[in-house]
Design a binder for this molecule. Structure first.
Ligand code: URA
Length: 230
């Protein structure tokens, strides 16, 4: 994280005050004065302001392999919340960056960093989401073409952005989309006359679901996974 941001997150300083104390040479990494606001401070580094050690409020970034019949909500409803599977402090501060339906499995990202979550979910960022889709009937050439061009969903003003489609078998495809409309994948296939019977998210941006995570298991993201969302 940039040094000026690090200072803002771990002290009462505003961004401009943080920049000022950095340029005044009052901030050290270990025993080295750092004068660049863009300096990347890492989680395992000791940062001092006026020789006082400060520690960053740890933002948390989690991936979970979501099983079926858990909901992407902070509270239980008819089905249990996905947060029942996560053993972390202050779970009420965490939220899901890009929900999955109760019957969808696979990669869900959880964080308490609103800006980061916005980058994952905002349509402007066009962050790619890759799904493995099992279909009720064989996919047709015409359907593939429509998905690639951008299908028109019911009650949406604009067609979907072009998707990429990789055919595995005639009833199994990999679909990559860069939006996150409500029930988007199911609605896209309904719009081309098919029906999704299994849906699994494998990837968001460059973050790939860890193959070591069984359904229901989770882990913190690595620094490079966090930084890959940009
Ligand atoms: N699209 C859907 O239809 N459902 C999901 O859970 C995710 C994407």
């Amino acid at each position: 994280m940039r040094l000026d941001k690090y200072l803002c997150e771990s002290t009462p300083l505003t961004r401009s005050q943080a920049k000022k104390v950095i340029s005044q040479g009052r901030v050290k990494s270990g025993d080295q004065v750092v004068r660049s606001c863009a300096y990347k401070a890492t989680a395992d580094e000791s940062i001092y302001l006026d020789d006082n050690l400060i520690s960053v409020r740890g933002l948390r970034y989690i991936m979970i392999n979501k099983p079926k019949d858990f909901i992407c909500s902070n509270v239980d409803e008819q089905l249990p919340s996905l947060f029942n599977l996560i053993d972390a402090q202050k779970k009420e501060q965490l939220f899901i960056a890009g929900r999955l339906d109760a019957d969808t499995t696979g990669l869900a990202l959880i964080t308490d960093d609103g800006q980061w979550s916005h980058k994952v979910t905002s349509p402007r960022n066009k962050c790619k989401k890759r799904y493995r889709v099992e279909l009720n009937s064989a996919i047709t050439e015409e359907a593939i073409e429509q998905l690639k061009v951008g299908v028109q969903l019911n009650s949406e003003p604009q067609p979907c952005l072009p998707a990429t489609v990789e055919v595995i078998t005639e009833t199994e495809v990999i679909l990559t989309i860069s939006e996150g409309k409500y029930h988007q994948v199911k609605r896209m296939f309904a719009a081309v006359g098919n029906l999704v019977i299994e849906l699994h998210r494998e990837q968001i941006g460059d973050i790939i679901l860890d193959a070591n995570l069984e359904l229901g298991e989770w882990r913190y993201l690595t620094e490079s996974e966090v930084q890959s969302i940009g």
